[in-house]
Design a protein around this ligand. Structure first.
Ligand SMILES: [Fe+2]
Length: 204
């Protein structure tokens, strides 16, 4: 990735105009129990199961993994999808607890009040939640589905949150430069990045 970012622009082909993904079609993950997942996403989350696929091999690769593929739809038509395959052993535990918080699906709801209503509804169904957390730009609760996928329900509290592309690019450049400089000096990249983070937080 670093090589791609540092490659001179002249060497990179230009993306043809209009080539931009339009919306989330589906995000997908493997699960252990299709009926359990269906109960959670349809009854608790209110997302209709709008399509299934059943096959004895993976169409794209031909791998002989039998599966049931289930799609659950949100209000905008986007879906979260799952695969139950009888040939899969239990998933290996994450190598670091960071993966358990960083890897998640976030779904948007209309208002802060709706986030709070979701918190009540989930708790009434025995689902443990973390939050609500006010991130300044969004307001969120976190919880897990029956397979341990971390889910977030969130609403924008700063309508301009996604209008900071220039700052985002500057952050990425600073991040990459801190790693590069640490590596060049033979220093620990994590320490350099923590220093960068604290300096940035101090500027807020
Ligand atoms: Fe998130």
């Amino acid at each position: 990735m670093t090589e791609t970012l540092s490659r001179p622009a002249a060497a990179a082909p230009h993306r043809p105009p209009g080539l931009l993904p339009q919306k989330l079609h589906h995000a997908a993950s493997a699960i252990a129990d299709a009926a359990r997942t269906t109960d959670f996403y349809s009854r608790i989350m209110g997302m209709e199961m709008v399509h299934t696929v059943m096959d004895d091999r993976v169409p794209s690769t031909g791998q002989p993994f039998p599966y049931l593929h289930l799609f659950f739809q949100m209000a905008d038509g986007s879906t979260i999808a799952f695969f139950e395959s009888p040939s899969l052993p239990p998933r290996a535990p994450a190598s670091h607890p960071g993966y358990d918080v960083f890897d998640h699906f976030a779904m948007e709801v209309a208002s802060r009040d709706d986030v709070d209503r979701w918190a009540q509804w989930l708790q009434a169904n025995g689902v443990e939640i973390v939050g609500p957390t006010d991130h300044g730009i969004i307001y969120s609760i976190y919880f897990h589905d029956p397979d341990g996928h971390r889910l977030e329900l969130t609403t924008n509290i700063d309508a301009t949150w996604s209008q900071h592309a220039r700052q985002a690019r500057a952050d990425l450049d600073a991040w990459e430069e801190a790693k590069r400089a640490a590596k060049a000096a033979g220093n620990d990249a994590s320490a350099a990045l923590i220093e960068l983070i604290r300096m940035r937080k101090g500027q807020e």
